[in-house]
Design a protein around this ligand. Structure first.
Ligand SMILES: Nc1ncnc2c1ncn2[C@@H]1O[C@H](COP(=O)(O)OP(=O)(O)OP(=O)(O)O)[C@@H](O)[C@H]1O
Ligand SMILES: Nc1nc2c(c(=O)[nH]1)N=C(CO)CN2
Length: 165
């Protein structure tokens, strides 16, 4: 079994419903189970500012699926949930990023792991540090809780709405 961390984001209504559905579909993938979920956060749009706030979370998954195959299956789930790519970093019903796949370093045309922007995103580092504060990301010296602290909480707060069971 490989331990994988996935980042989920949605900023088209019903954001919570898309996050919930994506997690269910990931848990239903073959040889895969969702083992932990961080709290959900509301976060200001990063990259392209003129769009609705996102809901973001991170989940831990155990799987025997290879990284490339997992990427394909996650992209299928994004399509099932109506994801249309209007523009880079633009609004989406659901975005599923492979943040970490064990301690693998992957750099191909279709997949880069650790995710190339994760160190700049508090909506990734903060929930990830809730799940695994002492984890050291390949290529980093310091553990995730230190990176998350440094990244700060600007534009990020815990979602107070409907909790997922
Ligand atoms: N770690 C990764 N997780 C998910 N997709 C990845 C990863 N590394 C590379 N990709 C590639 O990125 C491509 C574009 O992904 P996507 O449209 O979701 O980008 P984005 O969500 O707009 O931006 P970002 O990747 O910065 O969050 C995908 O087709 C996929 O092949
Ligand atoms: N707050 C926030 N901003 C984003 C997000 C996201 O998930 N959350 N995803 C993006 C493209 O992947 C671009 N900007």
């Amino acid at each position: 079994m490989q331990l994988v961390y996935l980042g989920l984001g949605s900023n088209i209504e019903d954001r919570l419903c898309y996050i919930r559905s994506a997690i269910q579909k990931i848990d239903n993938l073959p040889h895969t189970r969702v083992v932990e979920m961080a709290p959900i956060y509301v976060s200001e749009p990063w990259g392209v500012k003129e769009q609705t706030d996102f809901l973001n979370t991170v989940i831990a998954v155990e799987t025997t699926i290879t990284p490339e195959e997992l990427l394909c299956l996650l992209q299928d789930i994004e399509k099932m949930l109506g994801r249309i790519k209007e523009y880079h970093w633009g609004p989406r019903t659901i975005d599923i990023d492979i943040l970490l796949y064990e301690d693998c370093i992957i750099d191909t045309d279709v997949l880069v792991v650790p995710h190339p922007h994760m160190l700049e995103r508090n909506f990734v580092l903060v929930p990830l540090s809730v799940l695994n504060p002492s984890k050291v990301i390949p290529g980093c010296r310091e553990p995730i809780n230190i990176l998350a602290q440094r990244c700060g909480n600007v534009g990020l707060y815990e979602w107070e709405g409907d909790k997922i069971d």
